[in-house]
Design a protein around this ligand. Structure first.
Ligand SMILES: N[C@@H](CCC(=O)N[C@@H](CS)C(=O)NCC(=O)O)C(=O)O
Length: 207
């Protein structure tokens, strides 16, 4: 049985949970992370020296880094419809998965810490305005991509890339800021809400 370590409120843990739902992978989950067992515990640090969730254990194989975990699960379960084997379609999926982990994730950092976490260190109005603008700039990139595909982030069909990107869209709509009008992103959000896995794990918590 696949073991998932991490609180279900974490966006990065929810990537793994949603992937398991899409692929019908049975798992057991343990609550680790903020508000639960601390990731600074020595037994956790031996699994992930970064003290971050999620971590998975598949038999004697331990893995951390959420987007790597979802790629691993798709490959292990031969889910080629979600994660194609041919070089070009796979690279397109990987491109958007990596974009989420790097550029998009970085862009929301200040605004999320300020507006959702209410961090005292993130309450400078100018920095907040700049942070919201930066996040919006990346959401505009997503808007243009969704207009081009007419459906999902890597093309006309749902792929693994829609999991991290879809959870990021949930974060965007759940964060109390003035959202610019992005109709294709809004339609995409509605399209994702038609999926059972998304309804289960996509929108059930902020942090
Ligand atoms: N790059 C890592 C980031 C993981 C991460 O930021 N995890 C957060 C939760 S979303 C965490 O572990 N926070 C500390 C905690 O919950 O104790 C990944 O994608 O797996």
């Amino acid at each position: 049985m696949l073991r998932i370590l991490g609180r279900a409120s974490s966006i990065n843990v929810r990537k793994v949970l949603w992937t398991c739902a899409e692929l019908d992978i049975p798992f057991e989950r343990e609550d680790w992370g903020s508000g639960f067992k601390p990731t600074s515990a020595p037994e956790f640090l031996t699994l992930n020296p970064n003290a971050m969730v999620p971590v998975i254990q598949d038999g004697d194989f331990t893995l951390w880094e959420s987007n790597t975990i979802i790629r691993y699960l798709a490959t292990r379960h031969e889910a080629w419809a979600l994660y194609p084997t041919a070089a070009k379609p796979r690279a397109r999926v990987d491109q958007w998965i990596d974009w989420q982990a790097s550029d998009l994730n970085r862009s929301w950092s200040y605004a999320f810490m300020s507006l959702v976490r209410q961090s005292p260190a993130h309450q400078d109005p100018d920095a907040l305005a700049a942070g919201c603008a930066e996040w919006g700039r990346y959401m505009q990139i997503l808007e243009r991509q969704l207009i081009a595909t007419g459906a999902y982030v890597a093309g006309t069909v749902f792929t693994l890339a829609d999991i991290p990107v879809g959870l990021s869209v949930n974060r965007w709509f759940q964060t109390p800021l003035e959202h610019p009008h992005l109709p294709a992103v809004k339609d995409y959000y509605a399209r994702l809400n038609e999926r059972a896995g998304y309804r289960l794990h996509g929108s059930n918590g902020l942090p």
